[in-house]
Design a protein around this ligand. Structure first.
Ligand code: SF4
Length: 384
């Protein structure tokens, strides 16, 4: 099944219908799926369709949890959920997608797939929804499947690649090969769909080199977007057993941040959109009832962006001169750093980390938003 690891699904999949749940998921929706792309707000309405019987046994996945707690939403619920989300969006230009996540969508029976896809058609006709995305396994893609998805105007297909190294896939017991991902990706692209390829880092046998090679293959296979999930040890999984037996050691949080930083920069350079970095902080992860070990942090993306800005700002420290506190004219040095508004939190750093580091070298450090700047460009005024 191509999907975010189950710990994430376990929480968000319960958030499909009720008002109470809708309120909870709004922050998830706006915080995670809403991105500002060229002044167009982009929203994905998530519908979770967990499959009850999965024939695989990926080592990081707790299937019991999936089948024990999750229900597939019925078609009426899906319609209601879409309506509720649409009514909660702010006015203004936006791009709205409905996303079927959490299960091997193309592994469920054809009539149920069609039933789900039919629920979205009236919203596509009315122009309230502009596309459909779904996630599935690479070995559940063929011409017949793609013809059906085309007929129902699916625009994006995400495949859970997890790794594009066969030794890592085997160690994770994924049940598919790199070659199958490559073939499925080619079919998807040839049929005119937008392609997403998800990856995990820190699976058994994984290394930074293999993760970077996986990222390169994701680029080469023609994906336009990706998600990066650090592997966590979740209760009841094979990894949990291996962890307790000392056979598996997860990445530390620091390692996961450093790996992700390199991956994010690589994807950005190639023009891929990294939709998700780190697991959604579900209740089971936050309260530790599901999470045993591994690099979980509720603000994982922010940690990674903090490190990217740390690297950008480091030359300021390296060039500070004298004892670091006194400028060439003998005055205490002050520094102002102008950054794009969307980057200011990351420039300052999670918990003010980058600002604190700079304050060890400068008397005064001020971050200022400059709307004329974009990307991660910044301007520095020294000794102001
Ligand atoms: S075992 Fe693998 S394929 Fe099956 S639900 Fe879990 S992650 Fe998906």
């Amino acid at each position: 099944m191509s999907r975010v690891p189950d710990s994430q699904i376990a929480i968000v999949s319960t958030l499909t219908t009720s008002d109470n749940h809708l309120t909870k998921i709004r922050s998830f929706l706006f915080g995670i799926f809403a991105t500002n792309m060229q002044r167009l707000k982009h929203y994905t309405i998530p519908i979770f369709t967990p499959e009850m019987a999965c024939p695989f046994q990926c080592v990081f996945c707790n299937q019991q949890k999936i089948s024990g707690h999750l229900q597939n939403p019925d078609f009426r619920e899906v319609t209601d959920t879409i309506r509720k989300y649409l009514s909660s969006f702010k006015a203004g230009e936006k791009q709205v997608e409905v996303g079927f996540f959490g299960g091997t969508f193309t592994g469920i029976s054809a009539d149920i797939q069609e039933g789900y896809l039919k629920t979205v058609q009236p919203f596509l006709d009315s122009g309230e929804v502009h596309g459909i995305r779904l996630s599935t396994r690479p070995d559940y893609i063929d011409d017949e499947v793609l013809t059906r998805l085309k007929e129902y105007r699916v625009s994006t297909i995400e495949l859970g690649a997890q790794s594009l190294d066969n030794t890592v896939l085997q160690a994770a017991r994924r049940g598919h090969s790199v070659q199958q991902v490559e073939k499925a990706a080619a079919l998807i692209r040839a049929a005119g769909f937008d392609l997403g390829l998800q990856m995990m880092i820190g699976l058994p046998d994984d290394t930074l080199e293999k993760a970077l090679a996986t990222a390169q293959k994701i680029i080469d296979f023609g994906a336009s977007n990706t998600r990066i999930y650090p592997t966590l040890v979740i209760k009841g999984t094979v990894l949990h057993r291996w962890y307790e037996q000392g056979k598996y050691k997860p990445l530390s949080l620091e390692e996961a941040v450093v790996w992700s930083k390199q991956l994010l920069l690589k994807f950005e350079k190639a023009g891929l959109r990294v939709i998700r970095l780190g697991l959604h902080p579900s209740e089971g992860l936050l309260d530790g009832s599901e999470w045993v070990a591994g690099p979980f942090h509720p603000s994982f993306r922010e940690l990674v962006l903090t490190e990217i800005w740390h690297d950008l700002l480091k030359p300021l420290i390296d060039n500070v001169g004298t004892n670091g506190r006194v400028g060439t004219n003998g005055r205490l040095r002050r520094i102002e750093i102008e950054v794009p508004p969307s980057e200011i939190n990351y420039a300052i750093g999670y918990g003010g980390k980058n600002r604190k580091i700079l304050l060890e070298h400068f008397q005064n450090v001020k971050f200022i938003q400059n709307t004329a700047l974009s990307g991660r460009n910044f301007k520095v005024k020294d000794n102001v």
